[in-house]
Design a protein around this ligand. Structure first.
Ligand code: LIP
Length: 268
């Protein structure tokens, strides 16, 4: 079993505590109170409860750190170098439809760089964690991105825009350019797990536009510590603020990136 630092143990403990409530709520999903944040963007009291548990546990362990949270927003800490970036329930639409593919995502950002990340998929008890210089791990097993170098053998994940979101036309151009050259494209509805699965070598790459920092922050350190690259689709490094991301093994980061950028140029 890989050695976990005190920091990672705090994050794992918080995720496990919140997950106990999420799994119980998932069993009673039809009774959940749900409200709409946008045309097809939902929040339930399961999201809110999970977030308050995470906030309380992390505040208890590190009282001076700040927060960026999907539901409760941003809280400035007295220690301005350290900030938790939290998605209490990534894959909310899956959760509300009874689809057992969702996760809790916790990242620690230090001096504008992601230092540590935990992504917990409770239904299959998959605990992904990574810390800078300590590697990426799943339930004690060290993770490496896939070594596939051939586009035709590669499997990618993405996020398909939906009602009320942007980029529909650009996305369809990107998708048609990619799908004709690879072994398959998956849309599973939880960006944090898409990133974790790239780190685990299950996907060769993942891209999405219109994504939020809390969906991908923990996945960034997981993919990097597993030997992969994470940038904006255009190659820049401001993926948390520019809201688009490309994460892949080294070879596919180049090949998938150039297909996506070519599709964008063609759309201009
Ligand atoms: C979801 C992401 C997904 C994206 C959805 C949404 P949520 O996060 O995981 O990849 O396509 O628009 O952002 O809302 O379930 O935390």
């Amino acid at each position: 079993m890989a050695h976990r630092s005190a920091l990672i143990n705090v994050m794992v403990g918080a995720a496990q505590k919140a997950a106990r409530h999420l799994v119980r709520d998932f069993g009673e999903v039809e009774n959940l109170q749900v409200s709409r944040k946008g045309p097809a963007d939902f929040v339930s009291n399961a999201d809110r409860k999970s977030e308050s548990i995470l906030q309380a546990e992390l505040q208890k362990a590190r009282p001076t750190y700040g927060f960026m949270m999907e539901e409760n927003g941003t809280i400035e800490g007295t220690d301005t170098s350290n900030r938790w970036i939290i998605d209490p329930l990534d894959g909310t639409t899956n959760f509300l439809h009874g689809l057992p593919h969702f996760a809790i995502s916790i990242a620690l950002e230090r001096d504008r760089d992601i230092l540590a990340g935990v992504i917990y998929e409770p239904i299959n008890d998959q605990m992904f964690w990574a810390e800078k210089g300590q590697g990426a791990h799943l339930n004690g097993r060290r993770l490496r991105v896939s070594s596939r170098r051939d586009l035709a053998d590669s499997l990618f994940a993405t996020g398909i825009p939906f009602k009320g979101t942007e980029n529909h036309e650009l996305f369809t151009r990107q998708l048609s350019a990619v799908m004709g050259q690879c072994a398959g494209v998956r849309r599973c509805g939880a960006a944090a797990l898409d990133m974790a699965y790239v780190a685990a070598g299950r996907y060769e790459g993942y891209w999405e536009m219109g994504i939020n920092a809390w969906d991908i922050a923990a996945g960034v350190v997981l993919v990097r510590e597993a030997g992969g690259f994470v940038t904006e689709i255009g190659g820049g490094k401001n993926f948390l603020t520019k809201r688009n991301v490309l994460a892949a093994n080294p070879e596919m980061h180049v090949q998938l990136g150039s297909i996506l950028r070519k599709a964008k140029r063609a759309a201009e």
